[in-house]
Ligand binder design. Structure first.
Ligand SMILES: [Zn+2]
Length: 262
């Protein structure tokens, strides 16, 4: 079976500062080359935010976040339908973040994140805090999807319990303990999705267990390119003997299409 593949979790880049690959000097990378990398792997669409790894003294800087959001829009112009842009907000910059949500909504951008608090100078505990809560309410009102880096299980629990109407996509299944907490949150809210990028998927039976626990409709294919190789994650789903073709099809593209209205 030939599967259409949408990579829900990527961080495209235009500049060296926003390329988070750890082996950048060995990979001959560019914004143009990104399209070829995914094309050869049969991926028709990528989603996600532009991020940069900043030195500690440069964190907590709204200008830098705004610049990355602008870069996502620039890449959108360049890539067209190939790319679904995501943007960042920051609970320490409430006014600016509200304005950003408004600006992006007007442009038709409905994806917030992946948010990566530790790169932008905020904390896991902010997930359950009042400021972020205000931003989540606004995102919910505007039917936006909030993709976030997993961190702080108790804080994520509170966030999800307090915002059952907000559509969340948690990134990274993680190791056993964290993965089981994701499963609990899946049961807490029907609007809680899990993307497969980063840690966790290489554990035998992990995907089978996820589907047995909450079905195949809320799992999204994701890689975290360019920090991870999408080929490895494609293989992880495609070659999983414990999954049916229809489950693979949902994970690879059908769920993302439904979620993003594509
Ligand atoms: Zn990521």
């Amino acid at each position: 079976m030939n599967f259409e593949i949408i990579d829900f979790h990527t961080h495209p880049f235009l500049r060296r500062e926003t390329n988070i690959c750890q082996h950048i000097d060995n990979c001959n990378m560019s914004a143009e080359e990104t399209v070829n990398v995914f094309g050869k792997l049969g991926v028709s669409k990528i989603c996600g935010s532009v991020i940069s790894v900043r030195p500690n003294d440069k964190k907590n800087n709204w200008q830098e976040i705004k610049r990355n959001n602008d870069e996502a829009l620039e890449l959108w112009k360049m890539y067209g339908d190939f790319y679904v842009p995501g943007f960042h907000v920051h609970p320490g910059y409430l006014e600016e973040s509200f304005a950003e949500i408004e600006r992006m909504d007007k442009l038709g951008v409905k994806l917030i994140g992946e948010l990566v608090p530790y790169l932008d100078g905020w904390k896991w505990s902010d997930y359950a805090g009042d400021s972020f809560s205000e931003l989540l309410r606004e995102a919910g009102k505007r039917n936006m999807v909030v993709s976030f880096h997993s961190g702080g299980n108790d804080d994520m629990d509170k966030m999800v319990k307090n915002h059952k109407d907000v559509v969340f996509v948690a990134a990274h299944p993680g190791e056993y303990g964290d993965f089981m907490r994701h499963i609990e949150r899946m049961k807490m809210s029907e609007n809680y999705y899990l993307d497969l990028s980063g840690y966790g998927m290489f554990r035998y039976g992990m995907l089978r267990r996820a589907i047995d626990e909450f079905g195949a409709d809320r799992i999204l294919f994701g890689s975290d390119y360019p920090t991870c190789h999408p080929g490895m994650y494609i293989g992880g789903v495609l070659l999983d003997n414990l999954l049916t073709d229809s489950e693979k099809e949902k994970i690879f593209s059908l769920n993302a299409k439904k979620l993003l209205g594509l």
